[in-house]
Design a protein around this ligand. Sequence first.
Ligand code: FDA
Length: 391
Amino acid sequence: MRFDVIVIGAGAAGMMCASVAGQRGRRVLLLDHADKLAEKIRISGGGRSNFTNINTRHDCYVSENPNFCRSALAQFTPQHFIALLERYGIAYHEKKLGQLFCDDSSQQLIDMLDAECRAANVDRRMGVRIEQVSRDDDGEFVLACSAGNFRAASLVVATGGLSIPQIGATPLGYQLAGQFGLSVTPLAPALVPLTFHVDDAERFAALAGVSLDVAVRIGKTSFRENVLFTHKGLSGPAILQISSYWTPGQEIVINLLPDEDAEAWLAERSGSEQLLANAMGELGWPKRFAEAWLAAHAANVRGKDLSLKQRRQLAEALHHWRVLPNGTQGYKKAEVTRGGVSTRELSSKTMMANAVPGLFFIGEVVDITGWLGGYNFQWAWSSGFVAGKNC
Ligand code: FDA
């Protein structure tokens, strides 16, 4: 069967692209191997989907070339997506830091994109296994699938990243890039909890569940949000954010008192009989955290025990607690995949491969990884829209 456009992947980017292309009068086939549409939208944001961020800027994305996403983000902005939502009467709210969530359910977004696809006469086939993709002498893409053979002049790859394989993630998009001679940058789990080495895991085992407001830094990149101790290591928004910048062997630096001058605080206690672990309650620290952290740095110490040099050392440790993670919790727990089809291979204006006319890559399969907070869906909408206008 012949179509103008075949889109592989009925997720966020693929549905947006298919609906936009269909509205242009293109005959579109949307294929997915999963039985259900856009499972990642459904589970996102605790079932309410953090579907965009009103502060979206190109520098909220990690990529070999962060400038690449500028064009698509400008062509389809958060305001465009909000306007679409409002047309469907979907209620939403800002939670914090520009993050917009549905008031009711992420299913509303899936239903909206589905309705957009239907209105644009998109032919959709779910539960289809793609066995082979090739290109014939006329330059048409030919897909041999469990549901038959399909062909089209344009092929849009919207297969997402590798995270959460149990709901349908596969490496097909990266394999297709390789098949057509396009480079893929190194892949890694991102927006993912980090794990402790054995020593730290034992030392901080009792802290699972403790959450603190901190600033976490790697080099010049820093995030001010909560860190959460888990049974395996560190999580929480600050850690998920910094994980997108982390490479194995690298330390992360945690400022445990981002709003305090630790040295001045310790100096105020220089004559005090009180154990520091108790005094730290004033700083909002849970007692079990103060005890466990101080046990590793200055056990059973009272304010009056510290010399000026020791105060300075402790203050330095409080503002620059260096943690060397031993890894991440991997794709099973990662929200996204860092890396992907190299931006050098694609046109930023259309998302088409420079060297393969008619072949497009959109969404998470591309080497564009957003921060936590709605940026990844915005990239999916923007890149899907742009490809939909050009495929
Ligand atoms: P997406 O993964 O949405 O879709 C890919 C589609 O391709 C899937 O339907 C899949 O079945 C299909 N596919 C894969 N391999 C195939 C094959 N071999 N054959 C056929 N089809 C195939 N982001 C955000 O901005 N706000 C948020 O709140 C969240 N929350 C969140 C929670 C959780 C738990 C996760 C795992 C992720 C998030 N994200 C997020 C990230 C966000 O979900 C993600 O970046 C987008 O869904 C990416 O959209 P894509 O369309 O590129 O891929």
